[in-house]
Design a protein around this ligand. Sequence first.
Ligand code: ATP
Ligand code: MG
Length: 58
Amino acid sequence: MNIVETKDLYFTYPDGDGRKIILNDVSVSFELGKFYTILGSSGSGKTTFLSLIAALDK
Ligand SMILES: Nc1ncnc2c1ncn2[C@@H]1O[C@H](COP(=O)(O)OP(=O)(O)OP(=O)(O)O)[C@@H](O)[C@H]1O
Ligand SMILES: [Mg+2]
């Protein structure tokens, strides 16, 4: 059973005259009872992703 699921999650921040794409079509499912690790280089969007699935941002 999935407890959290994203489908085509997309997020940008303002960047000068345009937008900086941080997450581009992220589709992932987290299953009940499993442990997950989110890996990525600094600035790749890990905290942004967690903020979105925690509904701290939209
Ligand atoms: N409030 C903000 N306004 C504009 N850009 C932001 C903001 N917060 C984060 N960013 C940019 O979004 C991108 C992703 O940032 P994020 O903090 O999600 O990365 P991270 O993977 O958690 O990095 P770290 O491993 O250093 O914690 C970076 O390029 C960062 O500069
Ligand atoms: Mg972070």
